[in-house]
Design a protein around this ligand. Sequence first.
Ligand SMILES: NC(=O)C1=CN([C@@H]2O[C@H](COP(=O)(O)OP(=O)(O)OC[C@H]3O[C@@H](n4cnc5c(N)ncnc54)[C@H](OP(=O)(O)O)[C@@H]3O)[C@@H](O)[C@H]2O)C=CC1
Ligand SMILES: CC(C)(CO)C(=O)C(=O)O
Length: 312
Amino acid sequence: MRIAIAGAGAMGGRFGDMLSHDNQEVILIDRWEANLKAINTRGLIVNVSGTEHVDQIVAVQPAQVDPSEHFDLVIMFTKAMQLDAMLTDIKPILHDDTMVLTLANGIGNVETIEKYVPKENIIAGVTTWSAGLDSAGYISYGGEGIVQMQAVETGKANQVDQIVEVMNSAGLNVTLTDDAIEAIWRKAALNAVLNPLCTLLNCNIGNLGKTTTFSAMMDEILAEFQQVADAMHVPFDVTKTRNLILAQLPDEANGTHYPSMHQDMLSKRPTEIDYLNGYVARQGESRHIPTMVNRLITQEIHAMEQLVQGNH
Ligand SMILES: NC(=O)C1=CN([C@@H]2O[C@H](COP(=O)(O)OP(=O)(O)OC[C@H]3O[C@@H](n4cnc5c(N)ncnc54)[C@H](OP(=O)(O)O)[C@@H]3O)[C@@H](O)[C@H]2O)C=CC1
Ligand SMILES: CC(C)(CO)C(=O)C(=O)O
């Protein structure tokens, strides 16, 4: 299967590495020139639980992709705030026979893609796989994860089934769900708990889970998600969400992982807080639903962004 991964950072690199190792035709698309140069010069260096290998995978600028090229699948793996720009850049290769999969964190990504791609060509999903971007052309990963996804509209079932088969052959643990919106909200809530708390407390997921106040902090954040989801008529099961969060704590899951938001803060790069806690805080405020916890967390992360970036 011909696959283009738009966004060659930590997750784009991990998925590209796993798919290319399963003999799929994969290219990485990215605008970050230093990343492209490193990958095309020496290969993508991949550190898997301490053991390195080099993946000779092609990485190109969006403008370098021949518009006549047809990819069976494009996986969007930019950060949420880069998604619109990347879609504009790669629009020439978004043909009628190209499926577009989004596994990025945050709420609102599907709506952004719908501006560029017919709904029946969009597959929306979430993933608990993790990866770190150590430097340009160098990623590290470990642990296990899952992918849950669903076509936004029916009509391309055969293509979706082929994509599930290819991704599972690469070991990506993919299942189809009948409610991607619920899965996206559940993952966003997971990220709204783990990502900012690990970033503010400077700890990995496992150590956060060992604190005596973790459970109370999780429940405060999730209670506001539940109220806003109810008001927006979005199915949200706080117990399933709690269980998914707790399942990340063991080392063999994501316990040793510093969430992507922590990595962004270390790299002095913008975080996705506005697509997580910030999204729920805004939606709550517009409906006169108290969302003080998520609003304060959002403000704290933005303040931290300004401090680490020197914009204060
Ligand atoms: N990391 C993780 O463990 C997980 C992440 N996710 C989600 O997946 C999506 C992608 O995340 P992730 O792969 O971690 O993101 P990364 O920040 O690692 O990479 C995404 C893109 O950011 C840009 N970028 C990264 N670093 C730099 C830099 N130093 N200078 C310039 N550009 C840079 C590149 O795009 P560009 O060329 O446009 O600059 C890159 O393709 C996000 O929505 C994230 O929340 C989901 C599950 C786990
Ligand atoms: C790995 C995981 C699940 C932890 O929140 C994630 O989604 C991230 O790092 O952004």
